[in-house]
Design a binder for this molecule. Structure first.
Ligand code: SF4
Ligand code: SF4
Length: 485
Protein backbone atom coordinates (compact mmCIF):
# COMPACT_ATOMS: atom_id res chain seq x y z
CA UNK A 1 0.00 0.00 0.00
CA UNK A 2 1.09 3.55 -0.72
CA UNK A 3 0.32 4.58 2.86
CA UNK A 4 0.14 2.08 5.76
CA UNK A 5 -3.33 0.53 6.08
CA UNK A 6 -3.97 1.72 9.64
CA UNK A 7 -3.18 5.30 8.66
CA UNK A 8 -5.27 5.25 5.47
CA UNK A 9 -8.16 3.73 7.39
CA UNK A 10 -7.90 6.38 10.10
CA UNK A 11 -8.10 9.23 7.60
CA UNK A 12 -10.87 7.56 5.57
CA UNK A 13 -12.98 6.99 8.70
CA UNK A 14 -12.49 10.62 9.75
CA UNK A 15 -13.85 11.81 6.39
CA UNK A 16 -16.73 9.32 6.44
CA UNK A 17 -17.67 10.31 10.01
CA UNK A 18 -17.93 13.99 9.09
CA UNK A 19 -19.75 13.24 5.82
CA UNK A 20 -22.34 11.25 7.79
CA UNK A 21 -22.61 14.04 10.37
CA UNK A 22 -22.77 16.56 7.51
CA UNK A 23 -20.11 18.71 9.17
CA UNK A 24 -19.71 21.63 6.76
CA UNK A 25 -16.04 22.32 7.53
CA UNK A 26 -13.56 20.20 9.48
CA UNK A 27 -9.80 19.74 9.81
CA UNK A 28 -7.87 16.99 8.07
CA UNK A 29 -4.31 18.04 8.87
CA UNK A 30 -3.17 20.46 11.57
CA UNK A 31 -0.10 22.49 10.65
CA UNK A 32 1.31 23.01 14.10
CA UNK A 33 4.07 25.59 14.41
CA UNK A 34 5.33 25.46 18.01
CA UNK A 35 7.97 28.07 17.17
CA UNK A 36 9.35 29.99 14.20
CA UNK A 37 13.01 29.91 15.19
CA UNK A 38 15.17 28.18 12.63
CA UNK A 39 18.82 27.26 12.26
CA UNK A 40 18.62 27.99 8.52
CA UNK A 41 17.71 31.10 6.57
CA UNK A 42 16.38 29.76 3.31
CA UNK A 43 15.84 31.99 0.32
CA UNK A 44 12.17 32.70 0.09
CA UNK A 45 11.18 31.51 3.56
CA UNK A 46 8.14 33.50 4.60
CA UNK A 47 7.98 32.21 8.17
CA UNK A 48 11.22 33.57 9.55
CA UNK A 49 10.28 36.94 8.03
CA UNK A 50 6.56 37.17 8.67
CA UNK A 51 7.12 36.23 12.31
CA UNK A 52 10.48 37.98 12.68
CA UNK A 53 9.28 39.86 15.76
CA UNK A 54 8.23 36.70 17.60
CA UNK A 55 11.04 34.31 16.71
CA UNK A 56 11.81 33.73 20.37
CA UNK A 57 8.21 32.93 21.27
CA UNK A 58 7.01 29.37 21.64
CA UNK A 59 3.63 27.74 21.98
CA UNK A 60 3.53 25.97 25.37
CA UNK A 61 3.31 22.19 25.14
CA UNK A 62 -0.17 21.98 26.66
CA UNK A 63 -1.47 24.54 24.13
CA UNK A 64 0.01 22.56 21.24
CA UNK A 65 -1.74 19.42 22.46
CA UNK A 66 -4.96 21.30 23.11
CA UNK A 67 -4.93 22.72 19.56
CA UNK A 68 -4.81 19.18 18.17
CA UNK A 69 -7.71 18.11 20.41
CA UNK A 70 -9.69 21.18 19.47
CA UNK A 71 -9.53 20.77 15.69
CA UNK A 72 -9.57 16.94 15.86
CA UNK A 73 -7.37 16.55 12.77
CA UNK A 74 -6.24 12.93 12.46
CA UNK A 75 -2.90 14.08 11.13
CA UNK A 76 -0.57 16.69 12.62
CA UNK A 77 2.31 18.19 10.73
CA UNK A 78 4.74 19.71 13.23
CA UNK A 79 6.51 22.46 11.34
CA UNK A 80 7.88 25.91 12.08
CA UNK A 81 10.66 27.19 12.03
CA UNK A 82 12.66 24.09 12.76
CA UNK A 83 10.59 21.93 15.12
CA UNK A 84 13.59 19.97 16.39
CA UNK A 85 14.67 23.19 18.13
CA UNK A 86 11.43 23.13 20.17
CA UNK A 87 12.52 22.03 23.66
CA UNK A 88 9.41 19.87 24.18
CA UNK A 89 9.46 18.15 20.79
CA UNK A 90 9.72 14.63 22.27
CA UNK A 91 6.86 15.26 24.71
CA UNK A 92 4.83 16.81 21.90
CA UNK A 93 5.30 13.75 19.67
CA UNK A 94 4.43 11.44 22.60
CA UNK A 95 1.38 13.51 23.50
CA UNK A 96 0.07 13.52 19.95
CA UNK A 97 0.63 9.77 19.75
CA UNK A 98 -1.35 9.28 22.95
CA UNK A 99 -4.14 11.21 21.24
CA UNK A 100 -3.96 8.65 18.41
CA UNK A 101 -2.77 11.03 15.70
CA UNK A 102 -0.52 10.52 12.68
CA UNK A 103 2.53 12.74 13.06
CA UNK A 104 4.81 14.36 10.52
CA UNK A 105 7.88 16.16 11.81
CA UNK A 106 8.71 18.65 9.04
CA UNK A 107 12.40 19.27 9.37
CA UNK A 108 15.30 20.70 7.43
CA UNK A 109 17.19 17.55 8.52
CA UNK A 110 20.09 19.23 10.29
CA UNK A 111 19.34 17.89 13.79
CA UNK A 112 17.87 14.53 12.84
CA UNK A 113 21.02 12.48 13.33
CA UNK A 114 21.56 14.01 16.78
CA UNK A 115 17.99 13.13 17.77
CA UNK A 116 18.46 9.58 16.48
CA UNK A 117 21.73 9.15 18.41
CA UNK A 118 19.84 10.22 21.52
CA UNK A 119 17.19 7.61 20.73
CA UNK A 120 19.86 4.91 20.41
CA UNK A 121 21.59 5.93 23.65
CA UNK A 122 18.33 5.94 25.61
CA UNK A 123 17.28 2.55 24.28
CA UNK A 124 20.67 0.89 23.96
CA UNK A 125 20.79 -2.91 24.12
CA UNK A 126 23.31 -5.34 22.69
CA UNK A 127 20.76 -6.21 20.00
CA UNK A 128 21.26 -2.73 18.53
CA UNK A 129 24.95 -3.36 17.93
CA UNK A 130 24.42 -4.58 14.38
CA UNK A 131 22.60 -1.36 13.45
CA UNK A 132 25.25 0.73 15.12
CA UNK A 133 27.95 -1.23 13.32
CA UNK A 134 26.27 -0.52 9.99
CA UNK A 135 25.90 3.17 10.83
CA UNK A 136 29.62 3.40 11.64
CA UNK A 137 30.59 1.49 8.48
CA UNK A 138 28.47 3.83 6.38
CA UNK A 139 29.94 6.93 8.08
CA UNK A 140 26.59 7.96 9.48
CA UNK A 141 27.82 7.76 13.07
CA UNK A 142 31.45 8.31 14.07
CA UNK A 143 33.33 5.77 16.18
CA UNK A 144 33.41 8.32 19.04
CA UNK A 145 29.63 8.83 18.83
CA UNK A 146 29.15 5.05 18.75
CA UNK A 147 31.10 4.73 21.98
CA UNK A 148 28.99 7.45 23.58
CA UNK A 149 25.85 5.55 22.59
CA UNK A 150 27.16 2.26 24.01
CA UNK A 151 28.31 3.92 27.24
CA UNK A 152 25.26 6.14 27.74
CA UNK A 153 24.99 7.40 31.32
CA UNK A 154 21.85 7.53 33.44
CA UNK A 155 20.78 10.95 32.15
CA UNK A 156 21.12 9.85 28.52
CA UNK A 157 19.23 6.63 29.21
CA UNK A 158 16.38 8.50 30.87
CA UNK A 159 16.04 11.14 28.19
CA UNK A 160 12.73 11.26 26.30
CA UNK A 161 13.43 10.57 22.64
CA UNK A 162 11.70 10.25 19.29
CA UNK A 163 11.26 6.56 18.48
CA UNK A 164 10.41 4.77 15.23
CA UNK A 165 6.68 4.27 14.85
CA UNK A 166 4.35 3.45 12.00
CA UNK A 167 2.37 6.52 13.12
CA UNK A 168 5.27 8.93 12.72
CA UNK A 169 7.23 10.25 9.72
CA UNK A 170 10.27 12.39 9.51
CA UNK A 171 9.28 14.78 6.71
CA UNK A 172 12.51 16.17 5.30
CA UNK A 173 12.58 19.37 3.26
CA UNK A 174 14.36 18.62 -0.06
CA UNK A 175 13.91 21.08 -2.94
CA UNK A 176 16.23 19.46 -5.47
CA UNK A 177 19.57 17.76 -5.78
CA UNK A 178 22.62 19.06 -3.95
CA UNK A 179 23.45 22.16 -5.97
CA UNK A 180 19.89 23.46 -6.09
CA UNK A 181 18.93 22.52 -2.57
CA UNK A 182 21.98 24.10 -0.97
CA UNK A 183 21.43 27.30 -2.94
CA UNK A 184 17.82 27.51 -1.84
CA UNK A 185 18.65 26.90 1.82
CA UNK A 186 21.69 29.16 1.45
CA UNK A 187 24.10 26.82 3.15
CA UNK A 188 26.45 24.26 1.72
CA UNK A 189 26.35 20.78 3.16
CA UNK A 190 22.65 20.79 4.00
CA UNK A 191 21.69 18.38 1.21
CA UNK A 192 24.50 16.04 2.23
CA UNK A 193 23.31 16.13 5.86
CA UNK A 194 19.68 15.51 4.82
CA UNK A 195 20.71 12.45 2.84
CA UNK A 196 22.84 11.14 5.73
CA UNK A 197 19.89 11.65 8.10
CA UNK A 198 17.50 9.87 5.73
CA UNK A 199 19.88 6.90 5.40
CA UNK A 200 20.35 6.66 9.16
CA UNK A 201 16.60 6.90 9.76
CA UNK A 202 15.91 4.06 7.31
CA UNK A 203 18.54 1.82 8.95
CA UNK A 204 16.89 2.42 12.33
CA UNK A 205 13.39 1.64 11.02
CA UNK A 206 11.91 5.14 10.95
CA UNK A 207 9.45 6.16 8.26
CA UNK A 208 10.73 9.01 6.13
CA UNK A 209 8.89 11.30 3.73
CA UNK A 210 10.17 14.31 1.82
CA UNK A 211 8.58 17.65 1.12
CA UNK A 212 9.40 19.58 -2.07
CA UNK A 213 8.31 23.00 -3.30
CA UNK A 214 8.42 23.61 -7.04
CA UNK A 215 9.54 27.11 -8.02
CA UNK A 216 9.25 28.97 -11.29
CA UNK A 217 12.89 28.11 -11.94
CA UNK A 218 12.66 24.46 -10.88
CA UNK A 219 13.87 22.06 -13.52
CA UNK A 220 11.36 19.24 -13.61
CA UNK A 221 13.94 16.83 -15.04
CA UNK A 222 15.97 17.38 -11.89
CA UNK A 223 12.91 16.65 -9.77
CA UNK A 224 12.45 13.33 -11.50
CA UNK A 225 16.09 12.47 -10.84
CA UNK A 226 15.58 13.47 -7.21
CA UNK A 227 12.58 11.13 -6.89
CA UNK A 228 14.59 8.27 -8.42
CA UNK A 229 17.37 8.86 -5.92
CA UNK A 230 15.02 9.13 -2.94
CA UNK A 231 13.15 6.02 -4.04
CA UNK A 232 16.45 4.15 -4.16
CA UNK A 233 17.08 5.33 -0.59
CA UNK A 234 13.76 3.70 0.37
CA UNK A 235 12.05 6.97 1.26
CA UNK A 236 8.44 6.17 2.09
CA UNK A 237 6.68 9.00 0.29
CA UNK A 238 6.82 12.51 -1.07
CA UNK A 239 4.72 15.63 -0.84
CA UNK A 240 5.19 18.02 -3.72
CA UNK A 241 3.54 21.38 -4.07
CA UNK A 242 3.87 24.40 -6.36
CA UNK A 243 5.26 27.55 -4.83
CA UNK A 244 3.95 30.78 -6.16
CA UNK A 245 4.69 34.45 -5.76
CA UNK A 246 2.31 37.25 -5.19
CA UNK A 247 3.56 40.75 -4.96
CA UNK A 248 1.22 43.70 -4.92
CA UNK A 249 3.82 46.04 -6.38
CA UNK A 250 4.49 43.71 -9.28
CA UNK A 251 0.82 43.19 -9.86
CA UNK A 252 0.46 46.94 -10.09
CA UNK A 253 3.32 47.10 -12.60
CA UNK A 254 1.57 44.51 -14.71
CA UNK A 255 -1.56 46.61 -14.67
CA UNK A 256 0.00 50.00 -15.20
CA UNK A 257 2.92 49.12 -17.45
CA UNK A 258 1.40 46.21 -19.31
CA UNK A 259 4.26 43.85 -18.38
CA UNK A 260 3.88 40.13 -18.90
CA UNK A 261 2.90 38.52 -15.56
CA UNK A 262 4.84 35.42 -16.55
CA UNK A 263 8.01 37.40 -15.96
CA UNK A 264 7.12 37.56 -12.27
CA UNK A 265 4.67 34.91 -11.23
CA UNK A 266 4.46 31.15 -11.20
CA UNK A 267 1.10 31.46 -12.88
CA UNK A 268 -1.47 28.70 -13.00
CA UNK A 269 -0.48 28.04 -16.58
CA UNK A 270 3.17 27.67 -15.61
CA UNK A 271 2.30 25.45 -12.65
CA UNK A 272 0.30 23.18 -14.93
CA UNK A 273 3.21 22.96 -17.29
CA UNK A 274 5.61 22.06 -14.46
CA UNK A 275 3.19 19.42 -13.17
CA UNK A 276 2.18 17.92 -16.50
CA UNK A 277 3.99 14.68 -15.58
CA UNK A 278 2.66 14.47 -12.02
CA UNK A 279 0.32 11.56 -12.79
CA UNK A 280 3.19 9.56 -14.31
CA UNK A 281 5.32 10.40 -11.25
CA UNK A 282 2.45 9.28 -9.04
CA UNK A 283 2.60 5.86 -10.69
CA UNK A 284 6.39 5.58 -10.53
CA UNK A 285 7.01 7.10 -7.09
CA UNK A 286 5.20 7.17 -3.77
CA UNK A 287 3.75 10.66 -4.16
CA UNK A 288 1.33 11.39 -1.32
CA UNK A 289 -2.02 13.04 -1.90
CA UNK A 290 -4.94 12.28 -4.13
CA UNK A 291 -5.02 11.65 -7.89
CA UNK A 292 -7.79 14.26 -8.04
CA UNK A 293 -5.35 16.91 -6.79
CA UNK A 294 -2.79 15.62 -9.30
CA UNK A 295 -5.32 16.09 -12.12
CA UNK A 296 -5.89 19.63 -10.87
CA UNK A 297 -2.15 20.33 -10.90
CA UNK A 298 -1.85 18.91 -14.40
CA UNK A 299 -4.60 21.27 -15.60
CA UNK A 300 -7.21 18.59 -16.22
CA UNK A 301 -9.85 19.95 -13.85
CA UNK A 302 -10.70 22.73 -11.42
CA UNK A 303 -10.96 22.45 -7.65
CA UNK A 304 -12.21 24.88 -5.01
CA UNK A 305 -9.84 25.82 -2.19
CA UNK A 306 -10.55 24.17 1.17
CA UNK A 307 -7.88 25.90 3.24
CA UNK A 308 -9.96 25.39 6.41
CA UNK A 309 -9.18 21.65 6.18
CA UNK A 310 -5.45 22.24 6.76
CA UNK A 311 -5.47 24.91 9.48
CA UNK A 312 -2.30 26.43 10.93
CA UNK A 313 -1.83 27.04 14.66
CA UNK A 314 1.13 29.04 15.96
CA UNK A 315 2.30 31.55 18.55
CA UNK A 316 -0.37 34.01 17.49
CA UNK A 317 -3.26 31.55 17.33
CA UNK A 318 -5.21 30.07 14.40
CA UNK A 319 -3.92 31.67 11.23
CA UNK A 320 -6.48 32.62 8.61
CA UNK A 321 -7.26 32.08 5.89
CA UNK A 322 -4.43 29.65 5.16
CA UNK A 323 -0.87 28.54 5.64
CA UNK A 324 0.31 31.07 3.05
CA UNK A 325 -1.71 34.21 3.62
CA UNK A 326 -2.44 35.97 6.88
CA UNK A 327 -5.49 38.16 7.25
CA UNK A 328 -5.79 37.47 10.96
CA UNK A 329 -5.23 35.11 13.87
CA UNK A 330 -8.07 33.66 15.96
CA UNK A 331 -8.07 32.25 19.49
CA UNK A 332 -9.92 29.07 18.55
CA UNK A 333 -10.44 26.90 15.47
CA UNK A 334 -14.20 27.17 15.90
CA UNK A 335 -14.03 30.96 15.96
CA UNK A 336 -11.85 31.01 12.88
CA UNK A 337 -14.27 28.74 11.02
CA UNK A 338 -17.25 30.89 11.92
CA UNK A 339 -15.72 34.36 11.57
CA UNK A 340 -13.73 34.03 8.36
CA UNK A 341 -15.70 34.67 5.21
CA UNK A 342 -14.38 31.68 3.29
CA UNK A 343 -16.34 32.73 0.19
CA UNK A 344 -13.82 35.55 -0.24
CA UNK A 345 -10.95 33.19 -1.07
CA UNK A 346 -9.86 30.77 -3.76
CA UNK A 347 -10.51 30.58 -7.47
CA UNK A 348 -13.90 29.48 -8.75
CA UNK A 349 -14.45 28.68 -12.43
CA UNK A 350 -11.23 30.43 -13.28
CA UNK A 351 -12.14 33.65 -11.43
CA UNK A 352 -10.05 34.63 -8.40
CA UNK A 353 -12.18 35.76 -5.50
CA UNK A 354 -9.07 37.37 -3.98
CA UNK A 355 -6.24 38.53 -6.26
CA UNK A 356 -3.72 36.86 -3.94
CA UNK A 357 -5.33 33.50 -4.69
CA UNK A 358 -5.18 33.88 -8.45
CA UNK A 359 -2.12 31.73 -9.07
CA UNK A 360 -2.29 29.53 -6.03
CA UNK A 361 -2.60 25.77 -6.51
CA UNK A 362 -0.81 24.76 -3.33
CA UNK A 363 -1.14 21.45 -1.55
CA UNK A 364 -2.48 22.98 1.68
CA UNK A 365 -5.34 24.66 -0.15
CA UNK A 366 -6.31 22.08 -2.71
CA UNK A 367 -5.15 18.58 -1.77
CA UNK A 368 -7.93 18.23 0.83
CA UNK A 369 -10.42 19.36 -1.84
CA UNK A 370 -9.50 16.23 -3.79
CA UNK A 371 -10.01 14.01 -0.73
CA UNK A 372 -13.21 15.70 0.43
CA UNK A 373 -15.02 15.45 -2.88
CA UNK A 374 -15.29 19.19 -3.57
CA UNK A 375 -16.09 19.49 -7.30
CA UNK A 376 -16.84 15.76 -7.26
CA UNK A 377 -16.83 13.95 -10.58
CA UNK A 378 -18.07 10.41 -11.09
CA UNK A 379 -15.38 7.88 -10.26
CA UNK A 380 -13.32 10.19 -8.03
CA UNK A 381 -13.84 8.13 -4.88
CA UNK A 382 -12.78 4.96 -6.65
CA UNK A 383 -9.76 6.72 -8.14
CA UNK A 384 -8.65 8.02 -4.72
CA UNK A 385 -9.18 4.63 -3.09
CA UNK A 386 -7.33 2.74 -5.79
CA UNK A 387 -4.42 5.16 -5.54
CA UNK A 388 -4.06 5.05 -1.76
CA UNK A 389 -5.06 1.43 -1.08
CA UNK A 390 -3.29 0.13 -4.18
CA UNK A 391 0.23 -1.27 -4.40
CA UNK A 392 3.09 0.98 -3.51
CA UNK A 393 5.36 1.81 -6.49
CA UNK A 394 8.46 -0.35 -6.63
CA UNK A 395 11.79 0.95 -5.44
CA UNK A 396 13.82 2.53 -8.25
CA UNK A 397 16.78 0.19 -8.36
CA UNK A 398 19.14 2.36 -10.44
CA UNK A 399 18.99 5.32 -8.08
CA UNK A 400 22.69 4.89 -7.34
CA UNK A 401 23.33 6.10 -10.90
CA UNK A 402 21.69 9.46 -10.20
CA UNK A 403 24.17 12.31 -9.96
CA UNK A 404 22.71 13.57 -6.70
CA UNK A 405 25.75 15.41 -5.40
CA UNK A 406 25.73 18.01 -8.12
CA UNK A 407 27.33 20.79 -6.17
CA UNK A 408 30.21 19.19 -4.31
CA UNK A 409 29.34 20.45 -0.85
CA UNK A 410 31.68 22.24 1.46
CA UNK A 411 35.04 23.37 0.28
CA UNK A 412 34.22 24.21 -3.32
CA UNK A 413 32.16 27.23 -2.46
CA UNK A 414 29.47 26.84 -5.10
CA UNK A 415 27.10 28.93 -3.01
CA UNK A 416 29.65 31.70 -2.77
CA UNK A 417 30.18 31.48 -6.55
CA UNK A 418 26.49 31.85 -7.23
CA UNK A 419 26.11 34.74 -4.83
CA UNK A 420 29.13 36.47 -6.29
CA UNK A 421 27.62 36.04 -9.73
CA UNK A 422 24.30 37.57 -8.78
CA UNK A 423 26.15 40.41 -7.10
CA UNK A 424 27.58 41.42 -10.42
CA UNK A 425 25.93 43.88 -12.73
CA UNK A 426 23.04 42.14 -14.44
CA UNK A 427 22.38 43.40 -17.98
CA UNK A 428 23.37 46.95 -17.12
CA UNK A 429 21.40 47.10 -13.86
CA UNK A 430 22.59 46.22 -10.43
CA UNK A 431 21.23 43.08 -8.88
CA UNK A 432 19.27 43.23 -5.67
CA UNK A 433 22.33 41.81 -3.90
CA UNK A 434 24.53 44.52 -5.29
CA UNK A 435 21.96 47.19 -4.49
CA UNK A 436 21.75 46.02 -0.94
CA UNK A 437 25.50 45.52 -0.50
CA UNK A 438 24.74 41.84 0.03
CA UNK A 439 22.65 42.82 2.99
CA UNK A 440 20.60 39.74 2.43
CA UNK A 441 23.08 37.36 3.98
CA UNK A 442 23.61 39.56 7.03
CA UNK A 443 19.92 40.05 7.47
CA UNK A 444 19.36 36.33 7.28
CA UNK A 445 21.92 35.65 9.91
CA UNK A 446 20.46 38.05 12.44
CA UNK A 447 16.77 37.49 11.80
CA UNK A 448 16.25 40.87 13.37
CA UNK A 449 15.01 42.99 10.56
CA UNK A 450 11.69 42.62 8.89
CA UNK A 451 13.06 41.94 5.44
CA UNK A 452 11.44 43.10 2.27
CA UNK A 453 11.69 39.55 1.14
CA UNK A 454 9.47 37.23 -0.58
CA UNK A 455 7.81 34.17 -0.13
CA UNK A 456 6.51 31.32 -2.05
CA UNK A 457 3.80 28.87 -1.38
CA UNK A 458 4.03 25.46 0.08
CA UNK A 459 6.60 23.60 2.04
CA UNK A 460 8.47 24.32 5.21
CA UNK A 461 8.53 27.90 6.34
CA UNK A 462 6.85 29.51 3.39
CA UNK A 463 4.13 31.99 3.93
CA UNK A 464 2.95 35.52 3.53
CA UNK A 465 3.75 36.36 -0.04
CA UNK A 466 3.30 40.06 -0.18
CA UNK A 467 6.99 40.83 -0.47
CA UNK A 468 9.66 41.81 -2.98
CA UNK A 469 10.88 38.62 -4.61
CA UNK A 470 13.64 40.01 -6.78
CA UNK A 471 16.54 38.71 -4.69
CA UNK A 472 15.22 35.19 -4.64
CA UNK A 473 14.48 35.34 -8.34
CA UNK A 474 18.00 36.42 -9.13
CA UNK A 475 19.47 33.62 -7.03
CA UNK A 476 17.19 31.07 -8.61
CA UNK A 477 17.85 32.46 -12.09
CA UNK A 478 21.43 31.60 -11.36
CA UNK A 479 20.44 28.06 -10.53
CA UNK A 480 18.85 27.69 -13.94
CA UNK A 481 21.75 29.17 -15.82
CA UNK A 482 24.45 27.18 -14.05
CA UNK A 483 22.62 23.93 -13.57
CA UNK A 484 25.09 21.11 -13.73
CA UNK A 485 22.87 18.17 -14.56
S1 SF4 B 1 12.14 27.26 4.90
FE1 SF4 B 1 12.09 25.93 6.77
S2 SF4 B 1 14.27 25.37 7.05
FE2 SF4 B 1 14.23 27.13 5.69
S3 SF4 B 1 14.49 28.94 7.02
FE3 SF4 B 1 12.29 28.62 6.72
S4 SF4 B 1 11.64 27.38 8.44
FE4 SF4 B 1 13.87 27.20 8.31
S1 SF4 C 1 -3.78 31.55 -1.10
FE1 SF4 C 1 -4.32 29.50 -1.88
S2 SF4 C 1 -4.66 28.24 -0.07
FE2 SF4 C 1 -4.76 30.40 0.58
S3 SF4 C 1 -6.92 30.93 0.46
FE3 SF4 C 1 -6.01 31.53 -1.48
S4 SF4 C 1 -6.34 29.75 -2.84
FE4 SF4 C 1 -6.66 29.05 -0.73
Amino acid sequence: MRFPLALTTKIASHIIKHKVLRTPKFAMVLQLEPLHTCNLTCTGCGRIREYSTSLKDMVPLDQCLAAAVECEAPMVSICGGEPLIYPHIEALVDGLREQGRIIYICTNGMFMRKKMREYMAANWTAAMERYLGQLVTEDLVSEKEAQQIRNADGAAREKATIRPSRWMYWNVHVDGLEYTHDLIVEREGVFKECIAAIRMAKILGFQVATNTTVYKETDVKELEEMFKYLSWLNVDGHTISPGYDYDAAKKDMVKRLGKDPKAFFLTREMTRDKFKDIERWGKAFTIFGTPVYQEFLAGKRELTCTAWAIPTYNVRGWKAPCYLMTDGHYPSYGEMLSKVNWEKYGVVDGVARDPRCENCMVHCGYDPSGALGTNYQRGDNWKNMKYNFGARPKRYTHGNEVKAFTGVSIGKGHLAEAKAAVNQELGGRKSAYARGGNALATEHMTHETHAEMPSTGGGCGTGNSDRDTSQREELLEKISSTRRL
